[in-house]
Write a protein that binds this ligand. Structure first.
Ligand code: NAP
Length: 235
């Protein structure tokens, strides 16, 4: 089985790599990184240095594969050294909004576009992107976090749209949007203070949940927005 993880150096992405290697030693595991790859699994992972916001780079990466069984996109942005999620309209800045769209939504579109042929060559193609419950429009009762929420809502629309196109062209495929729950990674670090007891998950627990979802997934549920526990979330 051949698997490609986008963001294999991130908190959840790296745990996905570890668990895939533990459970399926025969796997051919590829992972992407931006600046620094993790060294601990270096011998077991085929690393690719990719700017996931560049269509040319994603197209070049796709050209290296004839087939892929599973793709998981674990890349995401919530804050940068200079910006964080907005509390109100006045703190919104166009550059940060566009950066969120560029990192949280656009790569899934580009990956789907350029990896369609590789996935179609698999007998059980799966494409999972890690989204976030705060991207649910229906579930939004708190407001704020304009850029992140909007980028994840856009991501969810992409997943739904791709699922419709692929159900015609690639009926064996299953594409899902998955909410991991609040996970102890650099992305959530500044926002962990008010997380209820027992609701801050380890990346290993979350990776295990996500892999369980993918293992059980079939084309009948393609285009779903699922929580880490398998529950369907409202769009
Ligand atoms: N942690 C949570 O509580 C939580 C909750 C809901 C949803 N999520 C989602 O889960 C996914 C994984 O996040 P995580 O918690 O594992 O966070 P993380 O540890 O911060 O990992 C984020 C990953 O995204 C990559 N990335 C960020 N900005 C990038 C950019 N401009 N270009 C290329 N790569 C970039 C990072 O690469 P570098 O290492 O090079 O920066 C890293 O691989 C994200 O989509 C996030 O939105 C997380």
């Amino acid at each position: 089985m051949r698997v490609l993880i986008f963001g294999g150096n991130g908190g959840i992405g790296h745990s996905l790599c570890k668990q895939l290697l533990n459970h399926s030693p025969e796997i051919e595991l590829h992972a992407t990184y931006r600046a620094n790859k993790r060294n601990d699994l270096s011998d077991d992972i085929i690393w690719h240095n990719v700017d996931i916001t560049s269509e040319d780079k994603i197209s070049e990466l796709a050209a290296q594969f004839s087939s892929i069984d599973w793709i998981i996109n674990a890349i995401g942005l919530l804050h940068t050294p200079s910006n964080g999620p907005e509390k109100n309209l006045q703190s919104c800045q166009s550059e940060f909004f566009l950066e969120n769209i560029k990192v949280n939504a656009l790569p899934t579109l580009l990956i789907a576009k350029h990896f369609s042929a590789c996935l179609k060559a698999s007998s059980h193609p799966r494409f999972v992107t890690i989204s976030a419950k705060v991207g649910s429009i229906e579930d939004n009762g708190l407001g704020g976090w304009y850029s992140y929420r909007s980028s994840k809502a856009a991501l969810n629309m992409l997943i739904k749209n791709i699922s419709i196109e692929w159900s015609r062209r690639m009926p064996k495929a299953c594409i899902l949007s998955v909410h991991p729950g609040t996970t102890d990674t650099p992305l959530s670090k500044p926002f962990q203070a008010n997380v209820p007891d027992g609701k801050l998950f380890t990346p290993d627990k979350v990776a295990s949940d996500i892999l369980h979802i993918i293992e059980k997934a079939d084309p009948e549920i393609t285009g779903s927005f699922l929580s880490y526990d398998g529950q369907t979330l409202p769009w």
